[in-house]
Design a protein around this ligand. Sequence first.
Ligand code: IDP
Ligand code: MG
Length: 139
Amino acid sequence: MSERTLAIIKPDAVKKHAIGDIINRYEKAGLKPVAMKLMRMSKPVAEGFYAVHKARPFFDSLCTFMSSGPAVVLVLQGENAIKKNRELMGATDPAKADAGTIRKAHGTNIEFNAVHGSDSPDTATFEIGYFFPGMEIFS
Ligand code: IDP
Ligand code: MG
């Protein structure tokens, strides 16, 4: 089933000049960008995006990181896009990520881990709507 997921190339990966490599991986895996922008989130925007994590000890640090510089925010579309993107990303902690994954290649540690990907259809719907109005998404 073709579906959509929200991906973010986080500020650490943008600083490391990994935008091109990461988008190449999406396209080669059949995940087509249908919306995309380069943006620096304000801290409140990062806090709203990660609201589900607000009780976690790393929440403030995570939101400071996510608002520290420009990030690429994309909507990817393809067969099983949510699961496929999670597979491309690898484990949250790059040290535990499989060889060949984005986080293995570009992540630094469990916080600065290069990319975000929605983890379920409900999350994807919320996250896509958080950054993109429908008229900015191509089909
Ligand atoms: P995910 O990005 O693999 O879905 P989540 O558990 O949803 O992982 O966490 C969201 C983000 O919060 C992670 O991508 C990472 O940047 C950060 N994070 C997760 N766990 C930790 C931690 O234990 N310490 C610091 N940052 C963390
Ligand atoms: Mg998550």
